[in-house]
Design a binder for this molecule. Sequence first.
Ligand code: 13P
Length: 324
Amino acid sequence: MYNYEELGLVNTKEMFDKAYREGYAVPALNFVTIEQLNGMIDAVIEKRSPVILLVSPNLHRQLGHEMTARLAQVATDRIKNAGLNIPVALHLDHGMTFEQCVAAIEGGFSSVMIDGSKLPFEENIALTKKVAEYAHARNVTVEAELGILKGKEEEGTEGTNESMYTDPVMAVDFIERSGCDSLAISIGTCHGLVKMVPREDGTLPELKYDILQYISDKKPGFPIVLHGCSNISQTYVDMINQHGGHIEKTVGIPDEQVRKAAGLAVCKINIATDGWICGLANTRRILDEEPGAIDSRCFTLKIRPLMKELYLHKIEIMGSGNRA
Ligand code: 13P
């Protein structure tokens, strides 16, 4: 059992209050390697940005309670040792069951997501409420989801389909009845590589800011979360393909659209795929360039500054620099 305060972590309440008031979003950054985690903390320290460490239930299982909690503690220690007081939350991404959320809270997470978005509306409310009661008794914040995002969540779905967007009227009802502290909604972003489908004239569709606007008019101050906001840089896609990989050309969420959402009611923006492809593309490139290498440090040492660069850019787009 870990207490998140002892790990130097905070929940997302004050982070989101400030982000909402000041019109920026907190970067919620997934990591699967130490280089990613170190690169993101380097960026956060340089830019004095609050950050949310995103850990999936799979990674939590893979690393185990101790490793996950201690990695988060190393992040907060590094910030403290730099003489800074930057808020860091450890957040369970896409907890699918009450039990996964309980395991995360016992493991020192300061925030959990319960994703009941595939359940019927009333069941989603009931599950979210159950998690919120358990979490709030331990001062842990809860994110819920309404509306299905394409991508990994909904494999095999092509194109953006109207019925997948979050219904804003239902979202307001959900916020009022579920006890969640923030809500992930679907306004056109999606997980994974395949995101936006260009129109026939080559232009890109806009995110549905009107859904966001409706919710914030009815629930001013309530933090909205956007998943699936990676930009999918063509540079990394090309690098992967040039060095033995094979992934399709695809269009991510343009930076300007993410920036606009961050200035509205969106207080948390999730990024996973951009970090993965930056790490993997450069690993492939370096391994090709150094065929005689026998030590993984030939690439790990070079990946960290590249990760830092990526996350500095994310902080800049979300407007979260100098907020801590
Ligand atoms: P991306 O796939 O766009 O990085 O989104 C990740 C995410 O939302 C994780 O929950």
